[in-house]
Design a protein around this ligand. Structure first.
Ligand code: COA
Length: 275
């Protein structure tokens, strides 16, 4: 386990397998996202993107919370009369969430507890999400007088249905991890005491794949969302060509030869072994 850098609101540890464990680290504030946390997360994302030891990103929270959303005191109240400070933290938040969204590294949100309001933006930016069954989710903005901004309305609506988006945004009702799966907000919900183990298994599954193939796959799936059929055909064709050049491991050739010639594995049932 290598300790990367020291931060005050975030913990970053890259383990020997290449899993970067990133934790929101303000447990006494339920991991509410302060301006400092946003600035540190910008730095964390730059570190992860350029650090070859980091192969899969897991984003979680210390203590009983994943994140209680934006910090009402430090992010909102204390910057109400300081537009420059508000602007800087707003953009830091936007930047790091966007970095996470487009990162070449696969990411998993490991939702261990509370996930409120602004926390949905990083949640949606992660490629895959796994939650404790008893995690608590909610769009609490309506309860304290704002609408779900910071792109929360947008990302929530992209993940969930029209009906659920309006229902939860307008009532502020909470829902648990199992319900989050039904709604398409997370992929899996597991008992809290199995959360880390199941996340580790998922991360190891991703580690078995070629990093280039994974990066291009996630980028392609995200990019086609806003395209029509013709554009998607064109884009995916071009992206496929680019992947063949980018994948230095030659996974495609190897995959075909191991399946067709050596009959060593079945692509339908698992990844071709990497060297
Ligand atoms: N912003 C600022 N501070 C927050 C916070 C937030 N979003 N969420 C929690 N905290 C702080 C509390 O003010 C409290 O600070 P204190 O110890 O200095 O008084 C501390 O974290 C613990 O919170 P508390 O409410 O006592 O914990 P709890 O376990 O009883 O409840 C929550 C947890 C998450 C249900 C509750 O804190 C809450 O509703 N937070 C706000 C959630 C929210 O609306 N987020 C959306 C923001 S866009």
């Amino acid at each position: 386990m290598s300790d990367a850098k020291e931060y005050s609101c975030v913990k970053l540890e890259i383990d020997d397998e290449g899993i970067a464990w990133v934790s929101f680290n303000r447990p006494e504030k339920r991991n509410a996202m302060s301006p400092t946390l946003h600035f540190e997360m910008e730095d964390v994302m730059a570190e992860l993107e350029t650090n070859e030891d980091a192969k899969v990103i897991v984003l979680t929270g210390e203590g009983v919370s994943w994140s209680a959303g934006m910090d009402l005191k430090e992010y909102f109240r204390e910057t109400d009369n300081n537009p420059k400070a508000r602007f800087k933290s707003q953009w830091a938040h936007r930047h790091w969430a966007q970095y996470l969204m487009v990162s070449a590294k696969p990411s998993i949100a490991m939702v261990n507890g509370y996930c409120f309001g602004g926390a949905f933006t990083p949640l949606a930016a992660c490629d895959i999400a796994i939650a404790a069954e008893d995690a608590t989710f909610g769009l609490s903005e309506v309860n304290w007088g704002i609408l779900p901004g910071g792109n929360v309305s947008k990302v929530f609506r992209d993940l969930a249905s029209h009906r659920d988006s309006l229902f939860y945004a307008m009532t502020g009702r909470t829902f648990d991890g199992k319900k989050a799966v039904d709604m398409g907000i997370v992929n899996l919900a597991v008992p809290a005491d199995k959360l880390r183990e199941e996340t580790l298994a998922l991360a190891r599954e991703l580690l078995e794949k070629s990093p280039a193939v994974l990066a291009f796959t996630k980028q392609a799936v995200k990019a086609v969302q806003g395209m029509d059929m013709n554009m998607a055909y064109e884009y995916l064709g071009a992206k496929q060509g680019a992947l063949r050049a980018a994948d230095k491991e030659g996974t495609r050739q190897k995959g075909m030869s191991e399946f067709l010639d050596n009959k060593s594995y079945r692509p339908g049932l698992g990844a071709v072994k990497r060297d």
